[in-house]
Design a protein around this ligand. Sequence first.
Ligand SMILES: Nc1ncnc2c1ncn2[C@@H]1O[C@H](COP(=O)(O)OP(=O)(O)OP(=O)(O)O)[C@@H](O)[C@H]1O
Length: 654
Amino acid sequence: MNNFKTLTPYLLLHRKQYLLGSLAVLAAAVAVLLPAYFLGQAIDGLRLVAAGGSGLPGITTAPGMTLGHLILLAVGMVLATVVSGVLMVAVRRNIVFASRQTEYEIRRDLFSHLSGLDKHYFDRARTGDLMNRLTGDLSAVREMIGFGSWQVVQVLCTFTVSFFWFFSINWRLTLAVLVVFPFIIGILAYLARQVSKRYVPMQEQNSAISAKAQENFSGARVVKGYAIEDREIAEYKRMNNELIRRALSLNRVEGPLQAFMSLLMGVAYVLVLIYGGRMILGLVPGSPLTLGQFTQFALTLERLAWPMLSIGMIANMLQRGLASWGRLQEIFAAQPRIRDDAHTDTSIRSLTGDISYEHAGLTFEGRRVLHDITLHVPAGQTLGITGPTGSGKTVLAQLITRLADVTEGAVKVDGVDVRRIPLITLRENIAVVPQEPFLFSDTISNNVSFGLNNEAYPKVETRKFVNDTTPPSREDSPPDMNVVRRAAEIAGLASEVDAFPQGYDTMLGERGVTLSGGQRQRTALARAIARDPRILILDDSMSAVDTETESRILQGLRQVQQGRTVLLIGHRVSTLRNADHIIVLDGGRIIEQGSHDELLAAGGHYADLERRQRLESDLDDVDEAGIAAAAPASDVPVKETLPVKEPVKEEVKR
Ligand SMILES: Nc1ncnc2c1ncn2[C@@H]1O[C@H](COP(=O)(O)OP(=O)(O)OP(=O)(O)O)[C@@H](O)[C@H]1O
């Protein structure tokens, strides 16, 4: 019930439709029972005519029944049937349509809420589970508030109207029918408990299966690379079997229910037949019953059969809907750990990009990953960050975008603690090219321009009925191709895109699988450059491109670097050598810092790194020269990294 309370704000958005629909259900419940009433009247009238010794047609021989009356009753029966049909259409147009709109509003709000959650939430959530909640659970909720609520109102109205009629016909016979009701209520309570106990595990298994499928499809290359398809298929089969087991366990409680309801209906019929028959025969003193009344009673009871049988199904639907709403509520209940709060200075709208770390430290679940970082990067300068894997390079940069917040000290941009800068300002002024770039299933131009045109989108209001059918404005305003082209040129992507038959309109598959790793990295880089940010963070984002392309990109970046602060994370000395300042991290601590030359002169970790990379490069050159000499030129495999080595050698030897 608590769950239902949280759903009511959504239902109230369409209260008029739900109310009109419910009134139509009530009217239909009356209309649908009218034929039984008319038939009862006709039978009693005809019986009187028959008792008077004169037959139909046409001549009035007994009070209350003429052919005209009979025709009127027949027309009434037809009209009642037509009216109930029309009312059913009205119910559908109101309740079912409203439930569709409610579903849309909940989905919109879920998406909006999920979009506002932070990295911490998505690090832990499984995509497949979220997808299952947004589809399966949301459908169950829609069924509950649409068809389910319609059926609830229908059953309530049918029972109310029927019992009103039962009592008006004969209260003793009505009480006899009521004998079966305590059983029905008991069964329903049992069913509700069983369904909720078994439905949630079934949905959890559904989520696990969705997550499994999603991970297998996303990681198809890994699965194939390791040739573990059979193992994965077997695991998927096992999970499906478990789902079937849980679904059957749910069905087992629903199965006997209908049979039991039928049995109760049968008992009610028998009671009406025996007790009603005795009344007609005059064997129940003080409780006479006419044949017409008996017929009306029996036909009305007949009309109750379907609602009675469907009670189990409705209870099941409601229980599933409520349980699913509970699962959606879990999403709504999740709150981002990092968000604007009372300390946020909303007057800050722009940044210049001066970054300082003041004794910044970071602890993740009891594990310290950054220790006492103190560092200043003036606006417009480039900071190179290197260090062994896991040394804290990425999290150091994440402190600026607030994907993580310091647990000690502070990180400031333009002298203001980042925790006081509105998140939107912070993120509008920063572009990050992550280690593993994500591309959308869209054209190259839309992928590059992804961070643009934000201002064209007004904030979507939630918990609100928005009858907005205008298409998204993105369709209306195509990306500025000059910006896209320039960004692609700087990112070293332009010549390859121009070679594609569809150029910038080339569609990328999910995650851009039609591009090579290096092309994907450069598309993500172009996306960041197109954004024209004050602070640009490149997190090892040129690891998949050859050193020649890398040096071209870095040269291009230098052109657009004026007034832009750049954080360049990398493992290659060639990436970092031109940075204004370089830090070397190890175990979350800065162990060395200075310019490229200063660090080389210091002869520490950085110098060691440079020496090793130079040696590797020289060895590769020797190998390649050997292979080239041994093989005809046409047999040498052509790789994306073909002219890689020379520039490195040049750079290092300079
Ligand atoms: N969200 C998180 N929760 C818990 N620990 C985390 C989280 N993010 C990073 N870490 C931990 O922080 C440490 C530093 O990670 P980080 O990603 O910054 O390393 P890195 O230097 O960028 O490594 P690489 O060169 O491999 O990318 C690692 O030990 C990592 O396990």
